[in-house]
Design a protein around this ligand. Structure first.
Ligand code: FAD
Length: 499
């Protein structure tokens, strides 16, 4: 039986941004379909590989109870869920992007975050607060202290795999068709310049046009294309590992740019993190985000030459992890070594259990085992230990336990590495997603090179530029996708007649 060929709204992609867009358009009474390049087995884009962490603004427990199933319990047990004001969220986005994030889009993300979370919870997406670890779980208040040691961020229950499954279930309950193995090849425009469909290569290897009054592009960035990575991010990037889906190869970006959309945001920038050196080349659905190695604030991190190269304790990992992947990629051999001592027992994220550490009783022994000149590594560790000042260690705050006179400095959690056994995790760079995109307005409508709306064309999620530059605060990608997806779906559905 042939598939229907005409819808009010066609959504390209099947991640979080796409499915929220499709459901939002459906809720406004429109016929919708979803096009997924991947097979049913591999569906769901990067969304499926996520830790499911969502960052959103809230004013206190009342905002969270009703979203996160365990928020009330935590409060009753005396653990404050704290608060995270819109201005704190806005400031975090601006701080990590060095003030370059687009103010209008940033405000949109912040302003719509809570209501979007409430909407998703109402649709049946499960969320909880417990289990967001120390490494990623902190938010800052104006005083830069944490409001609660764990759980100030919210996770989708079951993380990315279950989030993705739930989103497909929600779409299925609404009988929104998802066409698998169906790849957008191009957009189709009327003579007046309005979008009127999508040209696809479908599962039967036929090229055909699916007609639509509105098209929502939610088909990811270009992190899985070695060609585009090396073109926009730099030559080193054709060699990095990809943390998520292999299907986000920039198709939607190339097609939209060719049609006249305006490139926006940091095309040379991306989110890339320290991951296990033995992680697979592309994300594995079995272990999704478990190859991340984000307890480095408690470590001394050295390159293959035995030199430190970043401030491991600049901030909580959730505010530095997205830029330290690049720092590792740029070191010799694109590898680094996170070295912990016995004082760090119990501080490492559970995700480290998926790796195989090198363990030694002395630094010399460790150096030999990992192939670093022992004299150099001993010198690096001794110099580090000598520069540590003796402030009380606390993982729950930026503890000011820093080095003096060392380059690069370590600003927090700088405990001496002097208690054997020494444990070392070799890491490399894993790209998560790219920052460059096309420009949208507050209705998620795509703008052309003249800054005008491209009639009928919307974009959501990773494809949208202007949100992130240089760096990124943990949990903002899923939130950006859901906010822009929901808006795109609603606006596409409500848009008036076009010539
Ligand atoms: C390992 C990992 C962990 C992460 N953890 C978090 C986290 O905890 N919190 C957070 O906020 N963010 C996290 N992120 C980032 C997050 O995944 C993204 O920001 C978000 O999922 C992007 O959603 P999206 O819908 O825009 O894109 P995706 O989920 O990547 O979806 C894109 C879709 O487009 C499809 N597609 C591509 N090209 C075509 C085409 N030509 N035709 C049809 N379909 C096409 C793809 O197959 C895919 O289904 C993580 C990412 C990774 C890789």
């Amino acid at each position: 039986m042939s598939e229907p060929n005409r819808f009010d709204v066609v959504v390209v992609g099947a991640g979080n941004a796409a499915i929220t867009a499709a459901v939002s358009a459906y809720e406004h009474g429109k016929t919708v379909c979803v096009l997924e390049k991947a097979s049913r087995d591999l569906r769901g884009g990067n969304t499926r590989f996520t830790g499911g962490v969502f960052r959103f603004a809230y004013d206190g427990p009342n905002d969270i109870i009703g979203i996160a199933a365990d928020a009330g319990d935590l409060e009753q047990k005396g653990a404050s869920v704290g608060y995270y004001t819109e201005s704190a969220f806005y400031d975090d986005l601006m701080n990590v992007t060095e003030g370059r994030a687009d103010p209008t889009l940033t405000e949109l993300l912040v302003r719509e975050s809570l209501s979007t979370m409430q909407w998703m919870a109402g649709l049946g997406v499960g969320f909880h607060m417990a289990g967001v670890t120390y490494a990623v779980g902190h938010v800052r208040t104006a005083t830069r202290t944490t409001t609660a040691p764990t759980g100030t961020l919210t996770r989708a229950t079951g993380e990315g795999p279950q989030l993705s499954e739930t989103l497909f279930r929600i779409a299925g309950e609404r009988e929104i068709p998802v066409f698998y193995d169906t790849m957008m090849l191009d957009l189709d425009f009327s003579e007046s310049g309005s979008v009127r469909g999508v040209i696809v290569r479908d599962a039967a290897d036929q090229t055909r046009t699916i007609r639509a009054r509105n098209v929502i592009l939610a088909c990811g960035g270009f992190e899985s294309s070695p060609e585009m990575r090396s073109r926009y991010l730099g030559p080193l990037w054709d060699n990095c590992k990809v943390r998520g889906t292999r299907f986000d190869t920039g198709d939607g970006l190339n097609i939209a740019l060719r049609a006249g959309a305006r490139a926006f945001g940091q095309w040379s920038g991306c989110h890339a993190t320290p991951i296990d050196v033995h992680a697979p080349d592309y994300g594995s659905i079995e272990i999704w985000d478990k190859t991340n190695r984000l307890s480095y604030p408690y470590s001394v991190m050295v390159d293959r030459e035995g030199s430190r190269f970043v401030d491991e304790g600049e901030d909580f990992a959730g505010y530095t992890y997205a830029k330290y992947g690049r720092a590792i990629l740029e070191r010799p051999g694109s590898v680094a070594y996170q070295i912990f001592d016995a004082k760090c027992d119990g501080l490492l994220e559970p995700r480290y259990s998926t790796g195989t550490p090198v363990i030694a009783q002395t630094i010399e022994e460790l150096a030999v085992a990992i192939g670093i000149d022992p004299e150099v590594l001993c010198h690096t560790i001794a110099e580090f230990n000598d520069s540590v000042n003796d402030v009380e260690f606390s993982r729950a705050v930026l503890d000011g336990n820093r080095t003096d006179g060392l380059v690069p400095k370590k600003s927090n959690w700088a405990q001496r590495i002097d208690a054997p056994p020494y444990t070392c995790f070799p890491v490399t760079c894993g790209i998560t997603f790219t920052f460059g995109g096309i420009q949208i307005n507050e209705q998620s409508q795509v703008l052309d090179g003249r800054g005008r709306v491209m009639p009928g064309l919307y974009a959501a999620g990773e494809m949208t530029g202007g949100f992130f530059y240089q760096n990124y605060p943990v949990g903002s990608g899923l939130m950006r996708g859901a906010v822009t997806g929901r808006i795109a779906g609603a606006h596409a559905a409500l848009e008036g007649p076009r010539p």
